[in-house]
Design a protein around this ligand. Sequence first.
Ligand code: MG
Length: 387
Amino acid sequence: MSCYALILAGGSGSRFSSEYPKQYEYLGGMTVLRRSLEVFLGHEEVDGVYVVYDEGHEGLYWDSVRGLEVGTPICGGRTRQESCYRGLCGLEGMGSPDKVLIHDAARPLVDSATITRVCEGLRRYKGVVAGVPVVDTLKRCGQSGGVVGTLDRRDIWRAQTPQGFDFATLLQGHRYYEGRDFTDDASILEELGEEVLVVEGSVENVKITRRCDLDRARRMLGVGMGGGLVVTGLGFDVHRFVEGRRLVLCGVEVEYELGLLGHSDADVGLHALTDGILGSMGLGDIGDYFPPTDMRWRDVDSRVFLGHALDLVRGRGGEVCHVDVTLLCERPRLGGYKERMRRTLGELCGLGEGRTSIKATTTEGLGFTGRGEGIAAQALVTVRVDV
Ligand code: MG
């Protein structure tokens, strides 16, 4: 008897005001998706774990599952139901399991005991839903907000995931009702006339839909609410002036008769910043990832280096919350470029107003910068880490 878990991680999370879709937000040092996956991967009755993801989130997905033994991911559709259907078809293509557990990635606090209860129910039923009884009194309200009546809450349960099914029956239902709108998979079996069992879920198995749900989940886990750690990283870099190259500083092209020599675009500001980001979590330096001997990085835009460092830090549960860059040179004068550089850094690092800083200074004619031989840059990076 084989049982696979299908984790639904599609959806852009339009109700979630964040640059990240909710399933890729960090919760206690790992993403919401990864936390969900680990529970299923660690369960003895689950033989394989597969994820339905949104094609647009490919990078986030692979970062999120690094090192985990999950199956080949399946591309989702426009709606939850379509994504689930595609996932089931994907599993069919890989040699249908006997049973399937459908779980929303946005419920990362699912516990192992709930999964066990669903699996036990599946020995007798073709459809099993984890749920919790409604304890609040239910009121029906009119348009003005006035109470029209009180509903009988006895026998009323809130359905959660995981929901477990006989694989062939669920796939058949999805095929049969393709295009009709159901809010969960159990509804499809009910429509087919199958009896669906409800087993006890958990009130902690919350669905992360809005920002406040994520904060609540963090409180439940005791992380991120002031319990996080703040770390810093320092970056430093120097490049020499040469003729015949563009001058790019902090992602902005600067007009000058000389450019900086380097294997990449030689953006000394972004190099210092990249090193600062890597340094904040002890991840080595830019040369470890992008050696100047590697032809792939020749004349490459340094935003690539910065993006990689940001991904690495985020992949370890870090959130860059402030960057401060200082450029040191006698010439050119950078005053007129600082605001554009600051805005560019904000966009590249996903930071809002007041979280990025660019400073420029001369060295009073002293040293190599004073003699106009090159530019030096320093960066200080502040990162919050869940512990
Ligand atoms: Mg450099």
